[in-house]
Ligand binder design. Structure first.
Ligand code: IPE
Ligand code: IPE
Ligand code: MG
Length: 243
């Protein structure tokens, strides 16, 4: 069990944290390594962050592993990433299951390599009844793409006569999203120094607090993760109201 910082107030923890795990490539390049070495190092960080999330009993964690835009990268890097995801699942799924983690893949999963789809489905099935951390892995994920797919699902329900156009509200819309069943994202962390959302969880982070750091993902530590959570606890969340 990780020694949780004394000043971390567990009552003001976010329910759902999103992480844009960025800066892997630059971390590696700066050390004279190939970019893929950075992705490998990023997996190590991810394992530590999950351990911490489990220890503090976080409800939900969604990590950005591969965007719908990332297919534009060199084939070798894309291939490496797909193999890395497979290897990660193979090596980690038992331990995740023992930790009562419930894994879910979000995004256009059907466009991933066939073998990876099967592994993702198997891992989800293995953990389907788990009640601990909801761990969502955004793979071939784009927020705009998710909104389009949700719109298609809802339109089908209208055409089937299941619902009427005027029934469509935020609840119905949310139920058609990949993250259905998760609380809204209340803290969005981006490592690697860039100040943008890059098409991540657009609907879900409508009222998220943002936390940006220059630290690259391979260098990101549980300690810094906990300091982001602590900072979240100090934010004044007004949701449009006045005091
Ligand atoms: C994020 O790190 C991981 C993925 C997008 C898969 P990058 O690979 O984007 O690293 P930088 O931003 O180029 O340093
Ligand atoms: C966002 O990072 C995607 C992931 C972390 C998986 P990118 O590195 O792809 O984002 P941009 O290109 O800098 O916006
Ligand atoms: Mg990047």
């Amino acid at each position: 069990m990780l020694k949780i910082e004394e000043n971390l107030n567990l009552e003001t923890l976010p329910q759902h944290v999103g992480i844009i795990m960025d800066g892997n490539g630059r971390w590696a390049t700066n050390l004279g390594l190939i970019r893929s070495a950075g992705h490998l190092a990023g997996v190590k960080t991810l394992k530590e962050i999950i351990k911490t999330a489990v220890d503090i009993k976080l409800q939900a964690l969604t990590v950005y592993a591969f965007s719908t835009e990332n297919w534009k990268r060199p084939h070798t890097e894309v291939d490496f990433l797909m193999h890395l995801f497979s290897e990660y699942l193979e090596k980690e799924k038992r331990e995740l299951n023992e930790k009562n983690v419930k894994i879910k893949f979000i995004g256009r999963i059907d466009e991933l390599p066939k073998s990876l789809i099967k592994q993702a489905n198997d891992a989800e099935e293995m953990m389907v009844n788990n009640t601990g951390l909801k761990f969502n892995v955004a793979t071939n994920y784009g927020g705009q793409d998710e909104i389009i797919r949700a719109t298609q699902k809802i339109t089908r329900r209208v055409l089937n006569g299941e619902i009427k156009i005027d029934d469509i509200d935020a609840n119905i819309f949310e139920s058609a999203l990949d993250t259905f069943g998760n609380p809204p994202v209340d803290l969005l962390i981006r490592t690697g120094g860039d100040l943008r959302v890059s098409n991540f969880l657009l609907w879900q982070s409508a009222y998220a607090e943002f936390w940006f750091t220059d630290t690259t993902f391979p260098e990101f530590t549980p300690k810094e993760f906990l300091s982001a959570l602590e900072d979240f606890g100090k934010r004044d969340r007004r949701f449009g109201t006045v005091k």
